[in-house]
Design a protein around this ligand. Structure first.
Ligand SMILES: N[C@@H](CCC(=O)N[C@@H](CS)C(=O)NCC(=O)O)C(=O)O
Length: 199
């Protein structure tokens, strides 16, 4: 969502929340998102959560600098790919983060669950590598699918800070690795890169 706001050159006020401080469980935040998750946008008093829905909302509300392709079939594919990120890639991601971030330490990790997550991730990487149509997922223009997918690839650095031998960074297929470099070269990449993901 942050990448999309920058893509559309919208003015916004960013509020960075802390899970450690319990910010997403505070009553004022639960009023915005009863599921206590980030991100949420507040646009002129209108509140919306769920990042895929936010991307579509932003594209309709602020059509300049489209996030979705113009052709109806392409739009369908873009929506499908975002759903695939949210359904399948996220499920592998959560298998891993549940162990690495929500267990007291490495001695409590369920190593098989991490391995299952890793294998699932690697299968999904192949799927998205094959889905790449050009410089960006839907072709020559960067857009919503790239912004939905990228955080789940960029996060490998953060996961490997916890488990150096996780081996996900090294498993990114060739086309997807080149795409990742193009994402990193976007002029707003540095600005939107979470500070706690830096190695
Ligand atoms: N499907 C949601 C997922 C959002 C999500 O899982 N956010 C995580 C951080 S990446 C979160 O806020 N977790 C805190 C919690 O569940 O309490 C979306 O795309 O917006």
């Amino acid at each position: 969502v942050w990448l999309a706001l920058e893509h559309k050159q919208l003015s916004y006020e960013l509020r960075m929340l802390s899970f450690a401080e319990g910010d997403t469980r505070k009553p004022e935040y639960l009023k915005l998102n009863p599921r206590h998750k980030v991100p949420v946008i507040v646009d002129d008093g209108f509140v919306l959560y769920e990042s895929a829905a936010i991307l579509e909302y932003l594209d309709e509300r602020f059509p300049k600098g489209p996030l979705f392709p113009a052709e109806v079939g392409d739009r369908g594919v873009a929506r499908r790919l975002i759903r695939e990120v949210d359904s399948y890639l996220v499920s592998s991601h959560e298998k891993i983060t549940r162990q690495l971030f929500f267990k007291p330490g490495p001695e409590a990790w369920d190593v098989q669950a991490i391995e299952d997550g890793r294998e699932g991730y690697i299968a999904e990487l192949a799927h998205f590598d094959a889905a790449l149509r050009g410089d960006f997922v839907m072709g020559s223009n960067v857009g919503a699918v790239d912004y939905a997918l990228y955080p789940f690839i960029a996060t490998f650095v953060r996961l490997e800070m916890r488990k150096a031998d996780l081996g996900l960074s090294a498993s990114i297929p060739v086309k997807l690795a080149a795409w990742k470099k193009r994402m990193q070269a976007l002029p707003y990449h540095e600005k939107t890169y979470p500070p706690h993901w830096r190695g």
